[in-house]
Design a protein around this ligand. Structure first.
Ligand SMILES: Nc1ncnc2c1ncn2[C@@H]1O[C@H](COP(=O)(O)OP(=O)(O)OP(=O)(O)O)[C@@H](O)[C@H]1O
Ligand SMILES: [Mg+2]
Length: 254
């Protein structure tokens, strides 16, 4: 089982849009895929038309046993794609993790039991660098970081690299990619070029600014469903392919 986080310290950069399209393409390739919506906002659950569970204080039990996770998993409208929807109690994840000794391996541990059920697990993460984020860093084989090519994004990305350095984590799993990229803007082009030079692990494929990404909310669906021939759709498919290759995820039918 391979785990991919869609993560950034920054909000509104395309984590959810990426998690939804990555999950779709992973399942489309034939991998048994689970999308875990870790963000109390529940945006990726919404995109896949999956209702949030009504369970009280669900976050309190989330890290206890994988059987409880299995119990909350819902099928999506797509073959091979299941969703573990968000819950409003997920906003307490950091407090709850702190109360249990601030351990950073709880997510990794509880997911172990899912390995017989899934080939790929994708996390849609909330925007913060917190105890939950540290659990995500410990659990993820690859941390995909959508990044708008601007100065502030560059600064925030530097903070993430520094954090990994301070904690003694290996930075190799951090794979950023450009999103909301506008090739007509000199600043975007220059920042992208500088960053690619400074950080060789950037994924090649960028996601352009696209109205079809914005329309995912309207259609409550991955882009392929309503804009198959769009550039944004091709870019997401290619970006997922790059991630799958980086993880040595072979095509199940090949
Ligand atoms: N490539 C893109 N082109 C145009 N709009 C985009 C693109 N990527 C994301 N958006 C839009 O930007 C907004 C934020 O995107 P999204 O929800 O995926 O970001 P996020 O990082 O998950 O945000 P949050 O931190 O709130 O969870 C949404 O309205 C989305 O439609
Ligand atoms: Mg989001």
């Amino acid at each position: 089982m391979k785990t991919v986080a869609c993560y950034s310290i920054k909000g509104g950069v395309g984590k959810t849009a990426s998690a939804v399209n990555f999950s779709y393409w992973s399942a489309h390739q034939g991998h048994r895929t689970l999308l875990i919506d870790l963000d109390a906002q529940g945006a990726s659950s919404f995109y896949f038309r999956v209702r949030n569970p009504s369970k009280k204080n669900w976050a309190k039990r989330f890290f206890k046993t994988y059987e409880q996770l299995l119990d909350q998993i819902k099928q999506s409208d797509f073959n091979q794609l299941d969703i573990l929807p968000a819950h409003h109690s997920f906003r307490h994840f950091d407090t709850l993790l702190a109360e249990h000794g601030g351990k950073t391996n709880r997510l990794r541990k509880v997911l172990k039991g899912l390995a017989v059920h899934y080939d790929v697990v994708i996390f849609d993460c909330p925007p913060s660098i917190s105890l939950l984020a540290e659990n995500i860093f410990a659990a993820a084989d690859l941390i995909s970081v959508p990044m708008i090519p601007t100065t502030l994004s560059q600064r925030t990305f530097g903070q993430l690299l520094d954090f990994f350095d301070q904690q003694g984590y290996s930075q190799d799993r951090i794979r950023p990619f450009f999103t909301l990229a506008d090739g007509r803007k000199q600043l975007h082009r220059d920042t992208a070029a500088t960053l690619r030079k400074a950080y060789p692990l950037f994924l090649e494929q960028a996601i352009p600014h696209s109205t079809y990404v914005e329309k995912m909310g309207l259609h409550q669906a991955p882009i392929d469903l309503f804009a198959h021939n769009s550039q944004a759709n091709r870019c997401y498919q290619a970006l997922w392919q790059e991630i799958a290759s980086a993880l040595n995820l072979n095509h199940p039918s090949s």
